[in-house]
Design a binder for this molecule. Structure first.
Ligand code: NIG
Ligand code: FE
Length: 411
């Protein structure tokens, strides 16, 4: 069945050849035709071909489905007290991860699965139509394999992060843990993962340990991603570029050599402004990366420790306010940038042949994503051709005739 989405006041295609010639490829008074799960036509509404169904978006803006290339959704436990303590000056450290490891190991599979389902639902409502998620809160062979099995029920973009931190039971034998991760743990997890990742950072894994794990994963056919430059400068960014990683994520602390390597290589620099917000650390300099010619992605890094948000709109607003990105650059980074970070040419743009992932905004322009921070503007999501309504309205209960309504809150 074909569906014509029309009366789109402003359509962001991410096709520079379309529309206004900018990187966003903006079209006005536009339409999109979807056949099953694919886009088959985009262009001016007046030229649109006939379709089996017609849906009017009444002049609203539409953007490509967001691509969230970095999240950690498989976990249990509660860390809001840690967030509150940071608000009183306690610094973020990698050690908090171990709190979640304990809770995740202890949780039944149903609890972990329900947690992922809830967060994946939040992501869908936020307009995210493709997301990655990692293991990394199990840190035993069985717990890591279990996490990836759960993740794989929700997304094909699953990442093995056995090298998240060294778990307590290996505190005095870190070499043994690295051998476990790149040996038996990788054997058990590789069939359930598309990617391998390492937290290459002070307090986690150094460059040699990271290289050992990432190379082993790559030898098993996994794509490479790296966490680096979150807590301080280090070798992780250049290691990522050297190993041909699809993405290196955080990039808060970058040397000139790191920026040059990112500009010259194919590795995407993924910025995670929710982390800087939540951990009260300096903001990554997105402007510096873009000016140097690097490809930049924006992702939520949804996780219970450093960034517990599924709101990619919030991340766009933060990147505009604090990372030097324009609204156009931030939107591009959260769509086409995320697709590049996941090496997914089928998503991240609204062009014929791509997957039919579209977001309708209750706004006349995509600029409102940053201009109206914190406001849930996503009103409809089309994910692989399936249409979802997203409701954010207060609905009267009891027919709206309760005593408070009649009398007003103060009588
Ligand atoms: O991407 N940096 C490492 N991992 C997560 C944080 C995990 C946690 O604190 O639980 C991140 O920020
Ligand atoms: Fe992360």
């Amino acid at each position: 069945m074909t569906v014509l989405y029309t009366d789109i006041g402003e359509l962001v295609t991410n096709d520079p050849a379309a529309g206004d010639g900018s990187a966003l490829g903006v079209l006005h008074d536009a339409a999109v035709v979807v056949d099953g799960d694919r886009i088959v036509w985009t262009g001016p509404a007046r030229d649109a071909p006939a379709a089996d169904r017609r849906v009017s978006w009444a002049g609203d803006a539409a953007v490509p489905g967001f691509v969230d290339s970095h999240a950690h959704l498989v976990f249990a436990g509660e860390r809001s007290a840690e967030f509150a303590a940071r608000a009183s000056g306690r610094p973020y450290t990698a050690g908090g991860i171990r709190t979640t490891v304990g809770a995740t190991r202890a949780a039944p599979v149903e609890v972990l699965d329900a947690g992922v389902a809830r967060l994946a639902g939040e992501m869908r409502a936020a307009g995210i139509t493709t997301f990655e998620t990692k293991s990394g809160y199990g840190l035993t062979v069985d717990d890591e394999r279990r996490a990836l099995g759960i993740a794989g029920r929700y997304t094909p973009e699953t990442t093995f992060l056995g090298a998240h931190v060294v778990p307590d039971e290996y505190a005095d034998r870190r070499d043994d843990y690295v051998d476990l991760v790149r040996g038996p743990m990788l054997d058990a997890c590789a069939p359930h993962a598309r990617w391998v990742d390492v937290f290459c950072e002070r307090g986690a894994f150094d460059a040699d340990e990271s290289r050992a794990v990432l190379s082993a994963g790559r030898d098993r056919g996994l794509g490479v991603r790296v966490h680096a430059g979150q807590l301080g400068p280090g070798d992780g960014v250049r290691l990522a570029v050297e190993l041909g990683a699809a993405s290196v994520d955080h990039c808060t602390f970058l040397s000139d050599a790191d920026v040059d390597a990112l500009a010259a290589g194919r590795t995407v620099a993924t910025l995670l402004p929710g982390v800087e917000f939540s951990t009260r650390t300096p903001w990554a300099d997105g402007r510096r990366l873009l000016d140097a010619g690097a490809t930049v992605a924006l992702a939520t890094d949804c996780n219970p420790g450093s960034s517990f948000t599924t709101s990619i709109g919030f991340c766009i607003a933060l990147a505009v306010r604090h990372m030097g990105l324009s609204p156009a650059e931030a939107l591009h980074a959260a769509t086409a940038g995320g697709a590049a970070a996941l090496r997914r040419p089928d998503v991240g743009a609204v062009t014929p042949g791509r997957r039919a992932d579209l977001v309708r905004l209750a706004a006349p322009s995509y600029v409102h994503l940053a201009y109206r921070p914190g406001v849930p503007l996503v009103s409809e999501v089309v994910a692989a051709g399936t249409r979802y309504a997203v409701g954010h309205h207060a609905v009267p209960v009891d027919g709206g005739a309760g005593p408070v309504d009649r009398a007003g809150p103060h009588g």
